[in-house]
Design a protein around this ligand. Sequence first.
Ligand code: 16C
Length: 275
Amino acid sequence: AVHTRDQVELPPPTIDNRLTVHPLWTEIDRISTEQMQAAFEGVGGEIGWQLFAEEGDMRMYRRKAYGAIGVQDSYSLDNISPGYAKNLKSQEMEVDGMVMDPLKAMHKVRGVSAREMCHYFFNPRYRYEWETTLETMTIVEEVSSDAMVFHQTFKRIWPASQRDALFWSHVRAAPGNTYAVINHSTTNQEYPPNSGACIRLFVTVCLACRSSYPAGEEPTRENITTSIAYCSTVNPGGWAPAGVLRAVYKREYPKFLKRFTGYVAEQCRDKPLAI
Ligand code: 16C
């Protein structure tokens, strides 16, 4: 078969053998399975998902949650600018944990496949083009065609200190025209946490996509629709003002999902559909 460069780099339909012999494999497989299962569960029912953004086919839900204050986290306000710390003393100081609200977003995109969506989310070549929170991205390890380890630094949000993250990223196929990318924090001796200007944050993200097209028809750009479930839990790693965090994610998550899906639709427009 003749493959273009881009087709060769699409997520593989089966798991790469190089990944299954890597030390991270057991963890990657377990977390990926859990995350994909959770992504396709609904938001109804007892666990109290709360709608916070809605636009067209996009819906975003969050669950309020707080993490415990850990050893390296403190109320010393080292992490924030002195002027802001002074203002905080009266009000937000009482907050007794870090905001780490789990987020779940649903969206529908026409004209692109689940595999294409995941290709653009996973492949670092495109990341600066759609990821607006990014300051730097380094590939720490290329594990296989379907797994990598990344170090990223993010733009600083005033008045908190800058954050970075170190995470593995894995793309995989599942039955029923489904692909997903799972990102989860990890460690690496060459990238120790909290050693420079950045505070290390911890992230678990799953972008799960499922394509559908009319029964009995061949899939085309005209008849294909992809349902997206994006789940994310970010632990800020050190104390940051709750109000600031909630304001940031209310703005940034919808911005991300709209921009990313728009970007993929645009990239795919004149290319043959890859299913
Ligand atoms: O999933 C997304 N991107 C992936 C590829 O980069 C990957 C990244 C996960 C990291 C998500 C954490 C981002 C923290 C950014 C903090 C700086 C924001 C700067 C705002 C601009 C001035 O899985 C898409 C990620 C979409 C990010 C939405 C923003 C979430 C904010 C949550 C609160 C962060 C706490 C920061 C503590 C100060």
